[in-house]
Ligand binder design. Structure first.
Ligand code: ZN
Length: 105
């Protein structure tokens, strides 16, 4: 488990860098507080998990302007993305994926 590795990390840190300065109890308190915060957050999905659930947006035309509509992150300028490639293009600001919708005449 990550928690076990983290605890081991702090213990080795204590032994090597701070010999005798931190009691193991203080380290355990630090680690458990960190884990409690982590556990609260783990019930929610990370932004990357959420964005990966959004299917690529089909766009007519070669260029799409992304303003981060589902994720109005601060500092998202209008990003013009070229869809010339076959693979979905990913907005570098919000992670939304766009794919060119080809008309079949
Ligand atoms: Zn975007």
């Amino acid at each position: 488990m990550a928690a076990g590795r983290l605890a081991g990390f702090f213990k080795s840190l204590d032994r090597i860098i701070y010999p005798g300065k931190w009691s193991s109890r203080a380290i355990n308190t630090l680690v458990s507080e960190h884990n409690a915060k982590w556990m609260q957050d783990s019930s929610r999905k990370s932004p990357m998990q959420l964005i990966n659930e959004v299917p690529p947006i089909k766009v007519e035309g070669r260029i799409v302007a992304c303003e981060g509509d589902s994720n109005p992150a601060l500092g998202h300028p209008i990003e013009f993305i070229c869809l010339d490639k076959k693979d979905p293009a990913i907005c570098k600001y919000c992670g939304l994926r766009f794919v060119q919708h080809n008309h079949h005449h």
